[in-house]
Design a binder for this molecule. Structure first.
Ligand code: PGA
Length: 251
């Protein structure tokens, strides 16, 4: 059985004050809910504080990015050991905003996934196609390319054993244009099959989240699909009631 995960990606939003009330509201509303694992990924500067507030709640802490390098002369970067040090469990890698705005290529994303796993953290690997790629029938080709860079190397395949995959069609992120449950399920099933071709046991156990305009009112129909094991939530994770509604929507 794959335990559903709902992870909130705050992106570059929030303040200390706002983080405090958001976490308090989520902790109170979520209570002890064994059916879902929740995680919060705040900006780096709030990780320690959010981590302390989450302590004992069962809600996991995650980071939005990390350096592929170990500690050293990399001004402005954050290492996996620092993330471990402040209590992170998850690290998002390959988010489409990092790919599009910061030029992160498949090879760099794969390097980060391997480094995250080697440090004892769990990668959340984001994959997904652009609108023009979907419209030209290239969705599977793009997602396969983004996965294969890990599937085709021994260390990549080893890292995938501890990875959560998030299918996030780029055209659905922050646009209010959610993929239909059928569109999402088709790609999730494709991802699982692609992994099964290399490792059938891994394909069965890997959690595949959907991300892209998930809200309280569309989460249950997405999460009802066989291969959708939760969500990676952007905008709606900044609102207590929305985030809670999404957590309660898991099957
Ligand atoms: P969104 O973002 O929920 O605001 O569409 C999702 C994501 O970028 O992970």
């Amino acid at each position: 059985m794959r335990k559903p995960l709902v992870a909130g990606n705050w992106k570059m939003n929030g303040s200390r004050e706002n983080a405090e009330s958001l976490i308090a509201g989520i902790k109170e509303g979520l209570g002890v809910n064994a059916a879902v694992e929740a995680a919060i990924c705040p900006p780096f500067v709030y990780l320690s504080e959010v981590g302390s507030r989450l302590s004992g709640s069962g809600i996991a802490l995650g980071a939005q990015n990390v350096s592929q390098h170990g500690n050293g002369a990399y001004t402005g970067e954050i290492s996996t050991s620092m993330l471990l040090d402040v209590g992170c469990k998850y690290v998002i890698s390959g988010h489409s905003e990092r790919r599009a705005l910061y030029g992160e290529a498949d090879s760099l994303v794969a390097e980060k996934v391997v480094a995250i796993n080697a440090a004892g953290l769990k990668p959340i690997l984001c994959v997904g196609e652009l609108l023009k790629e979907r419209e030209s029938g290239k969705t599977e080709e793009v997602v396969a390319r983004q996965l294969d860079v890990l599937l085709n190397s021994a260390e990549g395949l080893a890292a995938l054993q501890n990875t959560v995959i998030a299918y996030e069609p780029v055209w659905a992120i922050g646009t209010g244009m959610t993929a239909t449950p059928e569109q999402a399920q088709d790609v999730h099933a494709f991802i699982r099959q692609r992994i099964a071709a290399k490792d059938t046991a891994l394909a069965q156990k890997v959690r595949i989240l959907y991300g892209g305009s998930v809200k309280g009112n569309n989460a249950s129909e997405l999460f009802a699909k066989a291969d959708i094991d939760g969500g990676l939530i952007g905008g709606a994770s900044l609102q207590v009631e929305e985030f809670l509604a999404i957590c309660r929507a898991v099957k």
